[in-house]
Design a protein around this ligand. Structure first.
Ligand code: 13P
Ligand code: ZN
Length: 275
């Protein structure tokens, strides 16, 4: 066996390839991280060795201190992950304080974790706490339709959530709490990390205005599926308005429709976002 055959690595690679196929990862756009569980670490252990000294990160995330993460590299292309795995991704171990990492596999050619690693760490910390450790995947994608919505409208979380929910029945099922909206914030900054993590206390997905979307959930499938559903809803909304020459769509789902959908699946929608 090689490390490429470990389930955690195979599933990680699949998200990178699927996101590329979706058109969400131009050049080095987007990034992905996964907090490994005990079984993942046991399977990968024969391939792990300390390859760098401790390297500081710009935030403190003691809630994920000591954890191991698979993570895409800064400036690396999602398209290339399946072509040259150990050049484009790596495995890092966090120190106990959660403010430094060391590389234990991958990042050949002196690579390092994504420039958004601080954001990923703070989101992992928040979501892991809220889910009793179940949430393990953080995925950032440059989804064109969500980004177009945030560019075309002055949006807040409520407006964005309602537009998405009302465009297709699956959206409120995927995100009954709604979707957070963060006004444009400098990429790779501590401000982006802290403000996104604060929104993640309430939402599992946050749109970054003029940039893309980031989400956290339990599995690779859950997280990819959440972003895929939101992006499709944004596409349908844009298409529906375009078909009416830019006017609001005539048959958006009503608030009663949304409550009915939630009733079918035993979901509790965010009532603050319903009328
Ligand atoms: P990285 O290449 O550092 O992951 O940056 C990509 C990106 O999408 C930044 O927002
Ligand atoms: Zn980005």
């Amino acid at each position: 066996m090689s490390i490429e055959q470990a389930n955690c690595i195979r599933r990680f690679m699949r998200v990178c390839s699927d996101g590329w196929q979706k058109g969400w990862h131009e050049a080095n756009g987007g990034n992905l991280s996964y907090r490994m569980d005990g079984e993942d670490i046991a399977v990968c252990k024969p391939y792990l060795s300390v390859r760098t000294p401790w390297i500081s990160v710009g935030v403190e995330a003691p809630g994920v201190g000591g954890e191991l993460f698979i993570v895409t590299g800064a400036g690396k292309y999602m398209r290339k992950v399946e072509v040259d795995l150990s050049d484009n991704i790596g495995i890092v171990e966090m120190n106990a304080a959660g403010n430094a990492y060391r590389v234990v596999w991958g990042f050949d050619d002196s690579g390092r974790p994504t420039s958004e690693f601080e954001t990923h760490l703070l989101i992992h910390e928040v979501c892991s706490k809220l889910s009793d450790g179940d949430d393990r995947v953080v995925y950032h994608a440059h989804t064109p339709n969500i980004t177009a919505l945030t560019t075309a409208f002055v949006l807040d979380s409520r407006v964005l959530s309602r537009v998405l929910w009302k465009s297709t029945s699956e959206c409120i099922i995927a995100a009954p709490e709604g979707v957070g909206l963060l006004p444009f914030t400098q990429p790779a900054s501590n401000e982006l990390a802290e403000k996104t993590a604060a929104l993640m206390e309430s939402f599992r997905a946050v749109a970054w205005a003029g940039h893309g979307v980031i989400a956290c959930s339990q599995t690779f499938d859950d997280t990819f599926g959440l972003i895929d559903t939101l992006e499709k809803a944004a596409y349908i909304y844009i298409m529906a308005r375009a078909m009416r020459g830019g006017e609001e769509a005539a048959n958006l789902l009503s608030d009663d429709n949304l409550r009915t959908i939630c009733a079918s699946y035993g979901l509790e929608p965010n009532e603050d976002f319903l009328s």
